[in-house]
Design a binder for this molecule. Structure first.
Ligand code: TYD
Ligand code: MG
Length: 461
């Protein structure tokens, strides 16, 4: 039988080296190698699992070769968690046997959300909550604060993954929560909890347990300073669904985004508000990302974003100010920084507006991250509005992608976006020509634009 062997594993990228060195040969990071012991593998399948490569090994035993059309699919059984917004990001409820990773900054509300969801789930199903960070009393106090009421939620304080799985095998819960994966260790690996090798081995064992028993497993993961779940990305490929909390430090809204989902749409958003009795669902979040100015101000444009499967009205703010240094600053919060530089170059070249001697700051209200290109045109118009110190017309919404040759390209679901804006009282819209509907929504004037210069003319008229 094979013997256990010692390797050195990079905490940053997960690469393995036979010898210790000061710098990782793969990613170049310094001082990130730590010792890990790879346990002997009992079967070829578990050997592959221990290495953590690929994910097919989690699907079960070897099947033999069959025709795809002969495989009988089963509609995944889903359970509602009682929190509609959480069900939404999960793709319509929790799937039996799925592994879900929930990531976010410390203190953002991961434990709160799971405790709320699980206390409700436990009324109908067996739920086991493993706490590796907090004591049982702390969890109890939080449950009282959250007013979850009588619940048959089962609780255990444990950090050894082998013992967690043994406990789960006797308890037989339908849902298992591990809070957090960074505190869990496996006896098969000798590095400290939180090290890449530990994370990978513990998560692999829990995911295998989920697949073999049909238990839904939630793994909580803290995000590091760099914004990735510690043990960078090594957990993401193992699990079925990855949910991240994203939000502004100061905001009371919490936005959860599905960045990977084998059972639903990605980029789906769930919106919650944190108050003194925990997280409350925001069922109609359309208008919470607007700052609600009393009077018209310059440097603000409202767009209709479509993150996931619903349209959201989002305010993009810009501040353009004469720079005090040789290097003008370009800062974008909630939008892509490189795209901002590119768009400013397009505005210079094709719109004749130079901001080379200006600092440009862009912010999306409410801490939302907008990833779609539909934000291009509102971003530029907000910047222009601030630069000229002229508010955009009241009740205006804008969306559209801007190309490198100054053309305004259409975005998908244009009509739905316009209808959403009309529903919230917006009376004017600047949209790509191809998105202009034959019959605009009632009470709304739609200005179709083909080029960036058309849009600039439309607002500076
Ligand atoms: P928590 O769920 O412990 O965060 P995580 O598990 O992601 O580290 O969230 C704790 C924060 O939420 C803490 O800063 C206090 C706040 N909070 C409320 O505002 N209201 C509440 O009812 C609860 C339970 C927490
Ligand atoms: Mg926590």
């Amino acid at each position: 039988m094979a013997r256990a062997r010692t390797v050195y594993e990079c905490e940053n990228c997960g690469a393995q080296a036979p010898k210790w060195s000061g710098q990782c040969m793969d990613c170049g990071a310094w001082n990130t190698l730590s010792e890990a012991v790879i346990a002997p593998a009992a079967t070829p399948a578990s050997a592959r699992a221990a290495k953590g490569r690929g994910s097919a090994q989690y699907a079960g035993a070897s099947s033999g070769v069959v025709n795809l059309s002969d495989v009988r699919g089963r509609e995944a059984a889903r359970t509602g968690t009682g929190l509609g917004e959480l069900d939404r990001v999960l793709g319509g409820g929790l799937v039996a046997g799925s592994a879900v990773l929930i990531g976010g900054d410390p203190g953002i509300g991961k434990s709160t959300l799971l405790l709320q969801a699980c206390a409700r789930l436990a009324r109908e199903e067996g739920v086991l909550y493993v706490t590796g960070e907090e004591s049982l009393e702390q969890v109890r106090l939080r449950a009282e604060r959250l007013e979850v009421g009588e619940t048959s939620l089962r609780l255990v304080a444990e950090t050894c993954v082998e013992r967690i799985i043994a406990t789960a095998e006797t308890e037989k819960p339908r849902v298992l929560i591990v809070d957090s994966i960074q505190t869990i260790f496996s006896e098969a690996v000798q590095s400290a909890p939180g090290a890449v090798g530990q994370l990978r081995e513990s998560a692999a064992q829990l995911v295998r347990f989920a697949k073999q028993t049909g238990t839904a497993v939630f793994l909580v993961g803290h995000v590091t300073k760099e914004g990735v779940i510690a043990g960078p990305r090594v957990l993401e490929h193992m699990v079925d669904t990855v949910l991240y909390f994203e939000n502004d430090a100061g905001s009371r809204y919490r936005v959860i985004r599905a960045v990977k989902n084998r059972f639903g749409a990605v980029n789906e958003l769930g919106v919650f508000a944190m108050d003194d009795v925990g997280l409350k669902e925001v069922r109609n979040p359309s208008a919470i990302f607007l700052s609600g100015h009393q009077s018209d101000v310059s440097g603000s444009a409202v767009m209709v974003a479509r993150e996931g499967s619903r349209p959201l009205l989002v305010e993009v703010q810009a501040l353009v100010d004469a720079t005090q240094t040789h290097n003008p600053r370009r800062v974008a919060l909630g939008l892509d920084q490189n795209r901002l530089s590119m768009l400013l170059a397009v505005m210079h070249r094709h719109g004749g507006i130079a901001m080379g001697d200006q600092d440009v700051f862009i912010n999306v209200v409410g801490g939302l991250k907008v990833e779609e290109t539909a934000a291009d045109l509102p971003l530029l118009l907000a910047a222009l509005s601030s630069f000229r110190d002229r508010p955009l017309p009241p009740g205006l919404v804008v969306f559209g992608e801007v190309g490198l040759s100054g053309e305004v390209r259409p975005v998908y679901n244009g009509e739905e976006r316009l209808n959403e804006a009309a529903k919230h009282g917006f009376r004017q819209a600047i949209v790509p020509r191809a998105n202009a509907p034959r019959k605009p929504p009632e009470g709304m004037a739609v200005t179709p634009v083909r080029r960036l210069s058309d849009a600039i003319d439309a607002i500076l008229r």
